[in-house]
Ligand binder design. Structure first.
Ligand code: NAP
Length: 327
């Protein structure tokens, strides 16, 4: 239960998948919460809402007034390639710098930035193991989204190094899954939905890390107040990487007939190379990295749930929403 004396936390992008969980956990913990949205139509009970777009200055000063901590989750995360790379990169980078400038002007204590494994592990030369010491070079041949996360996070660290406070802490999640709290199907949950709906007839022969959205939100809250987290970045990953076929197999094993449409065939690497529509997957072929969350576990006491639990509970939520829509 929050009171007028409870610290005020600004969560940017309140309509988002991660933001919804962060807001719920902050309210549970007794914080007051304000959020930014870019559409005035967003319906978000229990929180104060300010309109602000990452691409424009309006609203950001008001959003930060009286705020102690900021969780900057908002960033464009399109399911496919944008028409122009800057449709994604410019708001991601400009928005991050706008948030930091407004936070500095308002005397905010700490900003927790939702970056991504995209800013860590997509360098041109594959590594067998990734830690927070690793960086994706924005010049490497990656998708606009991956570059947007690498450039925005780099810009954030450079900005606080050049201009001082607020304290900065960064979370670098791998693929985020887990039950959505609203009807939005974001890009990562959309993968599970596409599999269940039979819209992914073949599995790509690539691997990715999984982390639960509830654990990502929890890690943001830990990084927000832990003295150890100032000036640190934290990889958020639960266990080993999985392939698309592993994901499909988990769904089929658990849900049987309800998962009858998931893919059973994995494309070969040669088939991916021969298909221009799959060019975004090329840089991921043959990679089987170990991604370490040791820092979050040891410094912040973070304990993510198992991958299988996350995948099963994602699908349960999607199937429940689907069944409710039909009754
Ligand atoms: P999401 O549900 O698509 O949320 C993205 C949020 O950003 C939405 O609130 C969206 O607002 C907002 N946004 C996008 N462009 C904006 C703009 N120009 N101005 C203002 N707000 C804008 O995605 P998510 O999964 O929660 O992602 C949250 C954060 O986690 C992002 O920074 C993403 O890069 C990062 N991340 C996600 C994953 C994953 O697998 N999901 C993995 C690693 C990192 P609208 O509702 O108006 O579109």
């Amino acid at each position: 239960m929050s009171t007028n004396a409870s610290p005020l936390v600004l969560v940017t992008g309140g309509t988002g998948y991660v933001a919804a969980h962060a807001i719920a956990q902050l309210l549970d913990a007794g914080y007051r919460v304000r959020t930014t949205v870019r559409s005035p139509k967003a319906d978000l009970p229990d929180v104060e809402v300010v309109q602000a777009d990452l691409s424009a200055d309006d609203g950001w000063a008001a959003a930060h007034h009286g705020v102690q901590y900021v969780l900057h989750t908002a960033s464009p995360f399109p399911p496919g390639s944008p028409k122009h790379d800057d449709d994604v990169i410019a708001p991601a980078v400009g928005g991050t710098l706008r948030v930091l400038a407004a936070a500095r002007a308002a005397g905010v204590e700490r900003v927790v930035l939702t970056s991504s494994f995209a800013a860590v592990g997509y360098g041109a030369i594959p590594q067998s193991r990734y830690t927070e010491d690793d960086w994706t070079d924005p010049g490497d041949p990656n998708t606009a989204y991956i570059r947007s996360k690498a450039i925005a996070e780099r810009a954030a660290w450079d900005d606080v190094a050049a201009h001082g406070g607020p304290e900065l802490s960064v979370i670098n999640p791998v693929g985020i899954f887990g039950p959505p709290l609203n009807s939005r199907v974001n890009s990562s949950v959309g993968i599970v939905k596409a599999m269940l709906d039979g819209q992914m007839p073949f599995a790509l022969p690539t691997r990715f890390g999984v982390v639960d959205v509830r654990d990502v939100a929890d890690l943001h809250l830990r990084a927000m107040t832990s003295p150890a987290a100032a000036g640190r970045r934290y990889l958020a990953v639960s266990g080993e990487t999985i392939s698309f076929l592993d994901l499909a197999t988990m769904l089929r094993d658990h849900f049987g007939d309800a998962a009858a449409n998931v893919p059973t065939v994995e494309l070969t690497e040669a088939e991916v190379r021969a298909n221009p529509a799959l060019r975004d997957a090329l840089t991921q072929l043959g990679r089987r990295p170990v991604i370490s969350a040791d820092r979050a576990r040891t410094e912040l006491g973070w304990q993510p749930r198992p991958v299988r639990t996350t995948i099963v509970e994602t699908a349960e939520a999607l199937l429940k929403a689907h069944n409710e829509a039909w009754t």
